[in-house]
Design a protein around this ligand. Structure first.
Ligand SMILES: [Zn+2]
Length: 415
């Protein structure tokens, strides 16, 4: 299935902001940059909110219809595996095959032999145009990369074949993700993963590696920016090589699961994809929920009371709410405002503390991360929360749109 050169993950916890999200992408289109919306919501989010993938499909279809969007759009079964793909299969046309947990599993001896045979064609040395260091192919290297990644790619093959058996080949976009792990994949790792994907006949259109550095939820990148820049550029060149030499789909591109708001590295990625004329998928949906809380906080007394209640409960239930996200958040407890402090805040102060404006004196990334994982509290409020989203739709939608367009798309696409 064809989808755009640039694509952007939207979608939101409560399926309320489809139109606001689409409006932001339409503004980029008006500026001459076509960005395909991909509504995504992971299995974990569905479980926590108690929602079903059909709701994401309805949200996307309704937004597209209401705003008269004529370009492609997708609904992503985000971070799925064989055990839960069926929940999504009828409602999605984009599948993120998450095989990170299979990294390091021992491949069968037969698979290793086949992999090594498939690498014979590479000869003793591979030179990737644009990368100074060549890849010297040795038996040890092939053992090492197959030991790390072969079982994972084989698993991706199983999931892919299962989806094909239901939806038919060519009727959906395939992404393979390995981002939710501790150790980053190097460009050399990427090279062999691409080779394995091609051998397994998985027509991946996007690939999400684990990059160097911390990609915490909802806050900026933390890590060695220079190293990231080097890796990202080499990854792009590896993908280019893999498309030409391994026969992977021509539109194969990098997928950056940013956990949102990696403002420091957005301009770097923008520059590199521009330099090589490459596509990019950025998955960054989670902060729409934060914009809802900001919108409610600044909408008046009623909304502010609920925004405060969400924080106070999240603070009291911090351990429980943080547990599913332990690897992707870093909260400094000492920097969290007390419930007494927050109780006295104005809507403006609450909004400014939560909104991600780097350098703003009130911005508090610890407060932000805690609310980011606190959506379960809002889910439990049910109508009390979603009713206010409807009542203050204009303010909330305005925040959602501004966040995606002004803080994300402008930085990513140099608008
Ligand atoms: Zn991810």
């Amino acid at each position: 299935m064809k989808f755009g050169k640039y694509s952007f993950g939207v979608g939101d916890r409560f399926n309320h902001e489809g139109q606001a999200q689409l409006r932001a992408l339409m503004r980029a289109n008006v500026e001459g940059v076509e960005v395909t919306p991909v509504w995504n919501k992971s299995n974990r989010e569905h479980d926590i909110v108690n929602s079903e993938p059909e709701g994401t499909r309805i949200e996307a279809d309704e937004a597209v219809k209401a705003l008269g969007w004529k370009e492609p759009y997708c609904v992503d079964a985000d971070h799925i595996n064989l055990s839960n793909v069926d929940r999504f299969i009828d409602h999605s046309d984009f599948f993120t095959l998450d095989v990170a947990v299979y990294i390091g599993n021992k491949p069968t001896a037969k698979d290793v032999v086949a992999f090594k045979q498939s690498c014979a064609i590479l000869g003793g040395k591979v030179i990737i145009p644009g990368i100074d260091d060549s890849i010297v192919i040795s038996d040890e290297l092939l053992d090492e990369v197959s030991g790390k990644y072969l079982a994972a790619v084989k698993e991706a093959g199983k999931i892919y074949k299962h989806i094909v058996s239901v939806k038919g080949a060519g009727n959906f976009v395939t992404e393979v993700s390995m981002d939710e792990v501790e150790d980053p994949q190097t460009p050399v790792d990427m090279f062999f993963i691409m080779k394995m994907l091609a051998s397994e006949k998985i027509p991946a259109q996007t690939f999400a590696p684990k990059f160097t550095g911390r990609f915490n939820k909802g806050v900026d990148y933390v890590g060695d920016v220079e190293q990231f820049t080097k890796e990202f550029e080499q990854d792009v060149l590896v993908i280019d090589y893999a498309v030409k030499e391994f026969g992977l789909p021509e539109d194969l591109k990098m997928s950056v699961h940013s956990g949102s708001d990696k403002f420091t590295i957005y301009p770097i990625m923008a520059k590199i994809i521009k330099k090589y004329d490459k596509g990019l998928h950025v998955k960054t949906a989670g902060t729409t929920w934060l914009e809802e809380v900001i919108g409610l906080a600044i909408s008046g007394d009623e909304g502010l009371a609920v925004a405060k209640e969400i924080y106070l409960q999240a603070l009291a239930r911090k351990e429980e709410l943080c547990a599913p996200y332990a690897d992707v958040i870093d909260i400094d407890d000492a920097q969290l405002p007390t419930s007494k402090e927050v109780s006295g805040w104005t809507g403006e102060k609450f909004g400014d503390s939560l909104r991600h404006i780097p350098g703003h004196p009130d911005y508090n990334l610890n407060f932000r991360q805690l609310i980011h994982v606190g959506y379960k509290v809002a889910a439990e409020m049910g109508e009390k929360y979603t009713g206010l989203l409807k009542k203050y739709e204009d303010v909330v939608g305005g925040c959602v749109e501004e966040n995606i367009y002004d803080r994300h798309l402008k930085r990513l696409f140099d608008l």
